[in-house]
Design a protein around this ligand. Sequence first.
Ligand SMILES: C[S@@+](CC[C@H](N)C(=O)[O-])C[C@H]1O[C@@H](n2cnc3c(N)ncnc32)[C@H](O)[C@@H]1O
Length: 271
Amino acid sequence: MRVYTDCAMTEAPTQVNDETIPAWDESELGGLHQNDDKAAKVQAMFNAIARSYDLNNRVHSMWRDVAWRKLAVKKAIVNDGDRVLDVACGTGDLTQAFATGSRAESVVGVDFTEGMLEIAEHKRSKLMKALRGRVSYQQGDAMDLQFEDASFDVVSIAFGIRNVQEPAKAVGEFFRVLKPGGRLVILEFDTPRNPLVRRFNGFYCGTVMPRTATWIARDRSGAYKYLPRSVSSFMSQDDMVGCIEGAGFGQIGVRGLSLGICACYTGIKAE
Ligand SMILES: C[S@@+](CC[C@H](N)C(=O)[O-])C[C@H]1O[C@@H](n2cnc3c(N)ncnc32)[C@H](O)[C@@H]1O
C-alpha cells in the first residue's frame, strides 16, 4: 500500500505514459461491467486521463460537479472531530470538499490509480497548512479496504462505485469500516427519467462529450467512450438502493440532482 506524505509530491505530476494501455474497444463496451479485466482497464484509463480529469469534469458538467460534491458533504452530516473516508477519491475533489466544508478531524482519500492520487497529492500540497494536515491519501482497493472495522464516521464515494469491479463487495466494505451510526454517501451519474432530458443528455454524453473530452485529454484509452456506456449500463436506482440495503444500511435516501443526471444516495449503519 502506498501512503502519500507531505514531501511526496510538490511538483505537478507529468502525464502518465499511455502506450501500453489496454483500450476499451467497441465490442467490449457492451458488457463492460462484466468484463473480467474491468479493474485493470479502469485503472489504466484513469492513469491516462488523470492530468486533464478535473478540467474535463468542470467543463462537461458546466461546474455542476462542484455543487454535487458540496451537497454530498452536507448530506454526510459531519460532526466535529469525525473521521471521513473518501473511497475512489481520484484527484481528491470530494476529499478536499470534506476538509474545507466540514469540521472533520481527518479525511482519508483512497484510490487504486496512482496517476489520480499524484494529482490529489499535488493539490493537497497547495492547501493551507491547517487543512493540509487533515487530508491524507493512500493507494488501495475499494473492495478490500485496509482499515479496521468501525474506524470511520463517514464513508463517501463519488462517481466511483460504477467503476468498481464488484460494487456490492465495495459497499460491504463501506459498511464494515463505518462505526455504528456512521453515514454513507454515494454520488453517481444516473439516467434521467424525463424523456426529453434523457434524450438531450444521451446526445450530449454519447456524442458531444466523448469527442470534446477526448480532445482535451488527448486520450487514446477510450475513456470518454467508456463513460456514457458505463452510466447507461450500470445498475438502476432501485438496484443501487437494494445493494446499499443488502450491505446492511438503513434509512436509505436517494435525491436526484440536476434533472436526474446525477443521484445522491445516503444510508446509515444502525447503532
Ligand atoms: C470517475 S473517478 C471519481 C474520482 C472522484 N471521486 C471525483 O469525485 O472526481 C473514479 C475513480 O474510481 C477509482 N476506482 C475505480 N475502481 C476502484 C477500486 N476498486 N478501488 C479504488 N479506486 C477505484 C478510479 O481509479 C478513479 O480515480
